[in-house]
Structure formats: structure tokens, C-alpha cells
Design a protein around this ligand. Structure first.
Ligand code: UDX
Length: 455
């Protein structure tokens, strides 16, 4: 870094292009924070849909571009259709914006690299057409990446839709997955999903891949993928451990739950959140509510607007008499400061949908999980949590209050759960080693930075 007229000059200007969903915005902004702390200048070019909040990142430039998404498409919630439209509609505005930056006379005006979420692959062709190097960010696991490949193969072989009779069978090439754990889509038409997946498995012309996963969690799978990949792969996860403290939330976090947590006994609280996209029925919400009541455990529950299909009002969604019955033993918020909660000494378990961010945030704090995956990669991750890392149990059947209560008690107070917590604490220690000086993620981050500086 140099200085000109008092202004710090950062010789490398990076454009970051996030995918407009919470589980993708978080790692991209964390990456921006890390790279900014290492002397890079950061511009975030983003859609108007789910635009990130600039307030917490005064050092970044946030540049919205028109995404052309009709309200009807946004409200459909059809993720593959929305992402295909984002890729098609944002190509030209993104190219125009970056082309203007390349004409800049300022010392740090020109762009030295575009880092894009794998789902916004049109950014790669923008980079190519302007002669700028690009790097792909993968915000998911290697196991999900390989499972997606398997789906494409099954489609090619004409084996989809998968027959009900094989759903419980193990997938021969991919322990511990069963056919029902494969990351298929719930959105129609399936051809949109196939088009997306085909696009994001290819690195094509990018110079490198950044992966928000860890060597100690996916060692052998990573080796397998590295052998096939033509460009370097930098595994720098979990990135939130390198870029703590900054809020990257689209919804306002309710911090009032922290003083409530402070009053709870150590390792007594179950934290419940199904992430930013998962939806459940009114009936499932009621079974969760009564299961939490019957467990007799203190709980902190995120009931996000839209969690229950077709409703926005949380108060109306909860069963009558539930809140009064629970009293101070339970706390409900619409959106929580999740990372602080998982690191809180009162929290002993996490009932999660197993989005990758939530899972790795939990593992990094040594908190075991109850897995209730909803769709896509969440099913793969849940299976790894329960069968590979063995730090959680999955609720597989239809939700029923007695079974919910029994599962919660198994995780929180019974021997099985205590063993899981022990293993989770061991994994936490390995994550700490990986992110410390000399650790695998720490070293890969250094290599990534050298690579970007060499452009
Ligand atoms: C989506 C998909 O569902 C997931 O499977 C995929 O891996 C990423 O995209 P999402 O549902 O948002 O993710 O889950 P997740 O990946 O866990 O990300 C949610 C993020 O929101 C986490 O970083 C979590 O800390 C944060 N969060 C969640 C909050 O800050 N507050 C909350 O109340 C809930």
C-alpha cells in the first residue's frame, strides 16, 4: 500500500460479484473483509434483488446493477429460474460497469481480478471479454460438488426422476449418501436446475478456485477434485474465522436474545434455525413448537418471516397457547446474530437445516447438531454431519412432537449427545489449527493472496 495526498493507495482493486442469497453473500463479504485487511481495494457489484447492506462495510464500494427480475419471478422463490435470469440479465450491466473502471486514471481504479460466486458464472465471461483474470468462489462443500456431478450422470443415463424403490439405497460411488440424499431440485422445470448445475461444475477459464471448506473436513474428496482440476484450489474455510465481527445480514439481527442467553445455565440451550430459505408447513411449525415445549429445555428459536409457507406473520403462525406455556424458558426472534449465539457458553446444541454456513459455523464452535435438511445441498451436508463427522443426528420422519422432544433430549442430555459434543469439540480444535498460522486454511489464504498479487 502507498499513500497519495493522505489517501491510502491500494495497488490491487478487486471486483467481487456475490450471488444474491444470504448463504452466499456472507462468505463473499467475509472474503472481501479478509482481502481488504491484506491491502486490496474492494468493490462489490451486486443485484438490486437482495442487495447487501453497505453500512457495515464502509471500506468497500457497493455498486448495484439492474437485474431485470420481475416481481412475479422474485415472489415465486424459484431459485434456479431466478439465477438463470440474473446471469442472463446482469452480463451487460456488469460488463459496462467494469469496462468503465478499466478506463479509470486513478492508481487503484483499474480492476486486477474479478472474484465471482460460482452461481454467477456470467461474471467469468465478462472478465474474459475485458481481459481481466477471474477467480471462482465456491461457498459449498466438495461433497455437494461431487454429488451434483453424480446427478448429472444419472440424468445422462436416463435414471431420473429417481424411482421411489431405490431412494433408501446407498449410492455406490459416494459413501455415505443414499439416493434420497442427492441434491436434487424442488423447483420446476428440472431443465433449469440441470442448466445451472452444468454451468457451475466447470471452471473453464478462471485462474483459480476459492473454496469455503476445510482440509480437515474433506481431505480425501479435496485430493480427488484437485487431481482433476486444471487450476489451483485454495481451501480457506471457514472464512468467518478470518473475518469475525462484521454483520453481513440482509435482515436485522435481534440482539435482545443475548442478555437472555447470558441468564441461562452453561451448555443448556438448544438453538433452532432453519436458515434463510427453507420453508415448512404450518403443521410442521406446530410440531416443532410443541416438541420444544415437551423437551423441557431452554431454547432460542429463529422463526423468520416466510418460514411458514404462505405466511409472513410469525405471531399468527405459532400455535395458540404455546408462548404463554413456555414463558421465559424459550425465546423467539425473527433473525438472530447466529455466530455470536453459537459461540455463547449457554448454547449446547443446534437444530439446523444444514445449510453449509450454519453447519460450519456450528462445527467451528464445537456445537453438535440436530439435522433437518430441507432441500438441495442440505441433505448431503446432513449426511456428512451424522455419518462422517458424527457430530449430529438427523430427524428423518415426519415431524411429530413426542419424537422431536425425544431427539432434543438425546442430543442435549443423554450419553449419545455427550459423545457427539466431545467429537464436535475435537473438530473445533482441528478447525482452530487449520486457521492458525501454519494451518492449511491459513497457508492457502497466503497462497491465494500471492496469486492475486501476481496478476
Ligand atoms: C442457502 C442454502 O439453503 C444452503 O443449503 C446453501 O449451502 C447456501 O445457501 P441458507 O439457507 O441461507 O443457505 O443457509 P446457510 O448456508 O446456513 O446460511 C445462513 C446464514 O445466515 C449463516 O451464515 C447464518 O449465520 C446466518 N443467519 C441465519 C443469521 O445470521 N441469523 C439467523 O437468524 C439465521
Amino acid at each position: 500500500m502507498g499513500s497519495e495526498g493522505g489517501e491510502v493507495i491500494r495497488p490491487h482493486h478487486l471486483v467481487l460479484v456475490p450471488c444474491p442469497y444470504q448463504g452466499h453473500i456472507n462468505p463473499m463479504l467475509q472474503l472481501g473483509t479478509i482481502l481488504h485487511s491484506r491491502g486490496f481495494s474492494i468493490s462489490i457489484i451486486h443485484t438490486q434483488f437482495n442487495a447487501p447492506c453497505p453500512r457495515n462495510h464502509p471500506d468497500f464500494r457497493f455498486i448495484p446493477i439492474p437485474d431485470g427480475l420481475p416481481d412475479s419471478l422474485i415472489s415465486s422463490g424459484n431459485i434456479p429460474a431466478i439465477l438463470l435470469a440474473v446471469n442472463a440479465n446482469c452480463h451487460t450491466p456488469l460488463k459496462d460497469r467494469v469496462a468503465r473502471m478499466m478506463q479509470s486514471e486513478k492508481p487503484n481504479g483499474k480492476v486486477s481480478c474479478i472474484i465471482y460466486d460460482e452461481l454467477i458464472y456470467s461474471a467469468e465471461s465478462v472478465a474474459n471479454s475485458l481481459g481481466i483474470p477471474s477467480i471462482m468462489l465456491r461457498t459449498n462443500t466438495v461433497s455437494t460438488f461431487l454429488a451434483r456431478d453424480l446427478i448429472l450422470r444419472l440424468i445422462d443415463q436416463g435414471q431420473t426422476p429417481l424411482q421411489d424403490s431405490i431412494m433408501e439405497e446407498p449410492v455406490p460411488e459416494h459413501y455415505p449418501l443414499r439416493y434420497k440424499d442427492l441434491p436434487t431440485t424442488i423447483f420446476k422445470p428440472v431443465s433449469n436446475f440441470v442448466e445451472m448445475v452444468e454451468n457451475l461444475r466447470l471452471v473453464r477459464t478462471s485462474s483459480a478456485v476459492i473454496w469455503n471448506t476445510l482440509d480437515c473436513l474433506e481431505n480425501s474428496l479435496l485430493d480427488q477434485v484437485k487431481q482433476q482440476c486444471q487450476v489451483p484450489i485454495f481451501t480457506v474455510g471457514p472464512m468467518h474465522k478470518f473475518a469475525p465481527q462484521l454483520s453481513t445480514s440482509l435482515l436485522k439481527e435481534d440482539y435482545s436474545c443475548i442478555p437472555w442467553l447470558d441468564k441461562q445455565a452453561e451448555k443448556s440451550v438448544i438453538y433452532v434455525s432453519l436458515g434463510s430459505l427453507a420453508c415448512i408447513s404450518q403443521h410442521e411449525l406446530a410440531e416443532m413448537a410443541w416438541g420444544l415445549t415437551k423437551s423441557n429445555l431452554p431454547f432460542l428459536w429463529v422463526v423468520r418471516p416466510g418460514l411458514v409457507r404462505g405466511t409472513r406473520n410469525i405471531q399468527e403462525s405459532l400455535p395458540d397457547g404455546f408462548k404463554e406455556g413456555v414463558g421465559e424458558r424459550g425465546r423467539i426472534v425473527q433473525w438472530a446474530p447466529q455466530k455470536e449465539i453459537l459461540a455463547h457458553k449457554a448454547v449446547a446444541g443446534f437444530w439446523s437445516h444444514c445449510g453449509w454456513n450454519s453447519t460450519v459455523e456450528s462445527i467451528a464452535e464445537g456445537v453438535p447438531l440436530i439435522c433437518r435438511p430441507n432441500f438441495a445441498d442440505q441433505k448431503v451436508t446432513a449426511r456428512y454431519v451424522t455419518h462422517v463427522w458424527k457430530v449430529g443426528m438427523q430427524l428423518e420422519e415426519e415431524l411429530e412432537r413426542e419424537q422431536v422432544a425425544a431427539a432434543l433430549r438425546r442430543l442435549m442430555v443423554e450419553k449419545e449427545g455427550i459423545e457427539m459434543r466431545k467429537r464436535a469439540m475435537e473438530l473445533k480444535a482441528r478447525v482452530e489449527i487449520g486457521t492458525r498460522k501454519g494451518g492449511s486454511s491459513f497457508n492457502d489464504l497466503d497462497k491465494l493472496i500471492k496469486t492475486i498479487r501476481s496478476f
